[in-house]
Design a protein around this ligand. Structure first.
Ligand code: AMP
Length: 180
């Protein structure tokens, strides 16, 4: 089933090399070109800015989930609808709940925290969402090694492990998420 609403987690910074900007650009563009919607944290900064502008420029609806009172860089022009949440926990929950699938691009510990939440909610059977990981430049190798260990050592079920989809290319990743 086509995953229409894609939550993207990624760096609020741009990272060390231009490749990260390039893949954020391509991710936003593909979401738009494939007729999907982007859900994101709303900040006009770093890779979040790149992915959201690219999505908008390629025809995507862009949904922002911001925290009340946060005075972040914000670009209302590109936002189709804006939901304001009271705190970071609520924001993550709504973002994941509203999405059909979640994708992680390179990012920092905020991105890691969001990935952990997708997994935690899925494991509890609360809100089950596939988590796509775009592993460019071996960025997530260390984390994926750990996830394999978690699975092998019996702390992650086969069923939940199958919801973690890893690709190096965004078109392949979106296609694989549609198959889940
Ligand atoms: P990080 O990977 O640490 O840069 O954090 C990025 C992730 O955390 C994004 O996917 C956002 O959803 C969230 N986030 C971090 N900083 C902000 C911010 N200033 N405004 C909105 N969301 C943010």
């Amino acid at each position: 089933m086509k995953k229409q609403r894609i939550a993207v987690f990624c760096g609020s910074r741009s990272g060390r090399i231009p490749l990260y900007e390039e893949i954020a650009q391509k991710t936003g563009a593909q979401i738009g070109l494939q007729g999907r919607s982007l859900l994101f944290g709303g900040c006009d900064c770093g890779l979040m800015k790149t992915v959201s502008h690219a999505a908008y420029e390629n025809g995507a609806r862009v949904y922002s989930f911001r925290i009340r009172g946060l005075t972040d860089a914000y670009e209302p022009e590109i936002i189709t609808a804006d939901e304001t949440l009271e705190n970071v926990q609520q924001r993550k929950r709504r973002l994941i709940e509203a999405a059909d699938a979640c994708i992680a691009l390179p990012g920092g510990l905020g991105t890691l925290d969001e990935m952990g939440d997708v997994y935690a909610m899925t494991q509890l059977g609360d809100i089950r969402r596939p988590l796509g990981i775009l592993n460019v430049n071996g960025y997530f190798d260390g984390l994926l090694h750990f996830v394999d260990t978690v699975h092998r050592e019996g702390f992650l079920s086969d069923q939940d492990y199958r919801l973690i989809i890893i690709r190096q290319d965004i078109e392949e990743l979106l296609a694989a998420l549609d198959e889940v």
